[in-house]
Design a protein around this ligand. Structure first.
Ligand code: DC
Length: 230
């Protein structure tokens, strides 16, 4: 009889929509705490890149499952973030192409893709001392995370950040196109059947619209350290 209380693990789970500042903030928090950092969107992007190249469509569950059973994805920690390899080909930069965000969102609806990525993420989190960011960290992958945050910002501000990022990485885009791509990705990520984007009931929600990303990282750290790291 009775419920078995789950033991919190030393994971900082950060979720939120595209352009909310998750990646920059997560990297900064990880560096300060000396925790590992995991950008889970990058994993979905790598799967999408490879599945597209192999000509496997998003709805082809059996083929995706078969493909992922031997998918040679390697994730290497790096002071600047994370490096990804498919076999011995590095795809760290290629997955940042503007069209790969949408492709990742499309493939991330597949149960085969979610199972593959979630299993790898749990494996990486098993040792604890991890800061991870994505869409379902606090809700599905690490429901027992000791610290959970949900970052958000107005769609206009998120589009402005993404537009700046793309321009700085040599992929200038029309501002209106960036905003409409963000709106449609939000809708797809929030309304999908599996692991939709939403805050965990016990997440601290932070609106980053009027904050610098340094200020956001400081808020997370104050919250984490206020509640004590092990
Ligand atoms: O964080 P990002 O923009 O690189 O993510 C790309 C897409 O990957 C995102 O639109 C939805 C999907 N994704 C997901 O479904 N679950 C995650 N934990 C991370 C990303």
């Amino acid at each position: 009889m009775g419920l078995i209380a789950s033991v919190p693990i030393d994971v900082v789970a950060i979720d939120g929509p595209a352009g909310a500042g998750k990646s920059t903030v997560a990297r900064r928090v990880a560096r300060t705490l000396n925790f590992a950092f995991l950008d889970t969107g990058a994993m979905y992007r790598a799967v999408a890149l490879a599945a597209l190249a192999a000509g496997i469509t998003t709805g082809n569950h059996r083929e995706l499952q078969h493909f992922l059973a031997s998918f040679p994805l390697t994730i290497l920690p790096d002071p600047a973030g994370m490096r990804l390899f498919i076999g011995d080909r590095e795809v760290t930069d290629e997955i940042r192409r503007a069209d790969m965000g949408r492709a990742a969102s499309d493939y991330s609806q597949s149960p085969a893709v979610r199972a593959f990525c979630s299993a790898r993420q749990r494996e990486l989190g098993r040792q604890g001392r991890l800061v991870c960011e994505g869409r379902d960290m606090g809700t599905v992958v690490f429901p027992d995370a000791r610290w959970k945050f949900f970052l958000t910002a107005s769609v206009e501000e998120r589009a402005r950040r993404r537009w700046t990022e793309l321009r700085e990485s040599g992929q200038p885009q029309d501002a209106a196109d960036v905003e409409s791509a963000i709106r449609s990705r939000d809708a797809q990520d929030m309304n999908r059947e599996l692991a939709p984007l939403k805050p965990a009931p016990d997440a601290v929600i932070i609106d980053t619209t009027h904050l610098t990303l340094n200020e956001v990282a400081d808020r997370l750290l104050a919250n984490i350290q206020g509640r004590g790291t092990k």
